[in-house]
Design a protein around this ligand. Sequence first.
Ligand SMILES: [Zn+2]
Length: 118
Amino acid sequence: MHESSMAMSILGIVTDEAQKAHVAAVVQVCLCVGDLAGVEATTLAACFEMLSEGTVADKAKLVIKRIAATGTCMVCGTAAVGRGRMLRCPVCETGSVKLATGRELYVESIEVEQSQQG
Ligand SMILES: [Zn+2]
């Protein structure tokens, strides 16, 4: 169940930011998740929805942007692009690829509703 602890830390980031900015509500959270981050996006979204209940992010929509795995073959130097959770060199088919992207897991942006002023 590591998606639920991830959802918890994401929610922590979101509520922290919301508090600092004195916002009324968080409406959307954009999350970047690499294909090799080992995260089940739908599970993560479901956990987030459950945990955010009653918080400032209660009605927030979690938007997950998948980031494909890319890298450079350590044998022949060819650029490799991953498919799903596989990342192999298209030329020599080795799995020895130096990863450039694919392990991301971070909050990209938070969309908020400003509280009423005066
Ligand atoms: Zn290669």
